[in-house]
Design a protein around this ligand. Structure first.
Ligand code: NAD
Length: 470
């Protein structure tokens, strides 16, 4: 296990004791991790600050070579990365090998932006020239979550570094190894000391120290909306920009002219993938009342195939006690407010771990908190509607807007619905599609800014307007 921090290009142990990383599979202690103190955070920010002039001024091709070497090292170490990350996430190693390949490609993708960071010439006259250049901000705080510890690390670090910033990465304390390994591989690839620093620690201690440090010029955070709002308030005091990728309560709208079998399959598979511990899990299925019975029956049949040892339809452990207790609380509320149509109980197993049945409720309307709040667990709410307008109203009637899905065979209805959905991503007659070129994020409490693609570069650059007279 990688029980170290990377600060100023060196492995260090931290100065605040250690904390235990717990296995979601059996709740055993996997290993102890150094716990960052405020002084450790300070050291990391200072190292990043010292490295900034060198990194911002390094030639583009030279930087690009480092990115490509980093990607190659990740590829060469995919198995090791997957082994370390999968035990901390409670997933199969094979599930993470593909992600490791994907993030190596994401680094290659962002290496292209290093050499295409062009500015603008606004005017070039006899007596003056007016140009705009895009400059990096300085030290960036990157804070990825436990449910995507390596993708989110690269989603933040690759564009931030490609723009010429240096980074302090605070890895998620519940799944810390992936980010620390990626930082170590960057050092091995030849990144100058201090360009990418990484440490682990508790949120209210090391997280707050990092967010509030005046030398940190932008905070890129992925996590829950309540924590995101605390961080954004601290940043507002210093006029510090943020990139926030927060929660979701994503709807699937199934109109009466939809391909029902496709809609059922995609609603269920995206609601219960990784036990629903995914920001864009489609946890609300809005169904036209004329097809409600058929859709409910189909969803229940599909959900009942899930089992703990079923490779095709697996139930894995809930990540930690916090997730488990949240799921229990919302399931109890769902039993009061709606009709339980599938699951609803804890799965008792020998050998520890917190397992819960995929659970489906049918509600009369969307007034229950189960239809409103992010649960981040295996709970799906089915809500009927009687008109297109009502479907759109219900879809938008939550404080989130990460992703939404529409199933209909009528293109006009699809276009009209897409235009009215308050959502960063809309899938029509498909679901759960991802691509590193596309923007990711959404309005309301889902956050601020976008990750992925060229859109992720924007927050990490600032325009400087230059007038040159004669
Ligand atoms: P969380 O908000 O509880 O914790 C996230 C991190 O914040 C933790 O590492 C914690 O240590 C840190 N933290 C806590 N208090 C802090 C403080 N005061 N200052 C700084 N840091 C602090 O979220 P979680 O339960 O770990 O993650 C799940 C959430 O992440 C869900 O809401 C999910 O939707 C969201 N998520 C969003 C996306 C997206 O792309 N939109 C992707 C993945 C996860």
């Amino acid at each position: 296990m990688k029980q170290y921090f990377i600060i100023d290009g060196k492995k260090t142990q931290g100065s605040n004791g250690t904390f235990d990383v717990i296995s979601p599979r059996d709740q055993s202690i996997l290993h102890s991790m150094p716990n960052a103190s405020e002084a450790d955070v300070l050291g990391a920010v200072e190292a990043a600050q010292r490295a900034f002039p060198l990194w911002r001024n390094m030639g583009g091709v030279e930087k690009q070579k480092l990115f490509l070497a980093w990607a190659d090292l990740i590829d060469a170490n995919r198995d090791m990365i997957a082994a370390e990350v999968s035990v901390e996430m409670g997933v199969l190693k094979d599930d993470v090998v593909g992600t490791a390949a994907y993030i190596a490609d994401m680094i290659r993708y962002y290496s292209g932006f290093i050499v295409t960071n062009y500015g603008d010439v606004l005017s070039f006259e006899d007596d003056h020239m007016n140009v705009v250049v895009n400059e990096p901000l300085g030290v960036i705080a990157a804070m990825p979550p436990w449910n995507s510890p390596i993708e989110s690390t690269i989603q933040k670090c690759a564009p931030a570094l490609a723009a010429g910033n240096t980074v302090v990465l605070r890895v998620p304390e519940e799944a810390p190894s992936g980010g620390l390994i990626l930082a170590q591989l960057a050092v091995e690839a030849g990144f100058p000391a201090g360009v990418l620093n990484a440490l682990a620690g508790m949120g209210p201690e090391s997280g707050e120290a990092l967010v509030g440090h005046p030398k940190v010029r932008l905070v890129s955070f992925t996590g829950s909306a309540p924590t995101g709002k605390i961080i954004a308030r601290t940043c507002a005091e210093q006029m510090k920009p943020v990139v926030m990728e927060l929660g979701g309560k994503s709807p699937v709208i199934i109109f009466d002219d939809a391909r029902i079998a496709d809609a059922i399959e995609s609603s269920v598979s995206s609601a219960f993938c990784f036990q629903g511990q995914i920001c864009c899990a489609t946890t609300r299925v809005l169904v036209h009342e004329s097809i409600l019975d058929e859709v409910v029956k189909g969803i229940v049949e599909r959900v009942e195939r899930y089992a703990v040892d079923n490779e095709a339809f697996p139930i894995g452990p809930l990540f930690n006690d916090k997730v488990f207790h949240t799921v229990e609380k919302f399931v109890a509320q769902g039993k009061k407010d709606g009709t339980l149509v599938a699951g609803g109980g804890v799965i008792e197993r020998d050998g520890g771990g917190r397992y819960h049945q995929p659970t489906v409720f049918l509600f009369k309307d969307d007034s229950s908190v189960v239809c409103k709040e992010e649960i981040f667990g295996p709970v799906l709410a089915i809500i009927p509607f009687s008109s297109d307008e009502e479907a759109i109203t219900i879809a938008n009637n939550v404080d989130y807007g990460l992703a939404a899905t529409v199933y209909s065979e009528n293109r006009q209805r699809i276009f009209k619905t897409i235009r009215q959905l308050e959502s960063g991503t809309v899938w029509a007659n498909c679901n759960f599609k991802f691509n590193m070129h596309m923007p990711w994020g959404g309005p309301k409490s889902t956050g601020i800014g976008r990750e992925f693609g060229k859109y992720a570069m924007k927050p990490y650059l600032q325009e400087k307007n230059i007038w040159i007279g004669n």
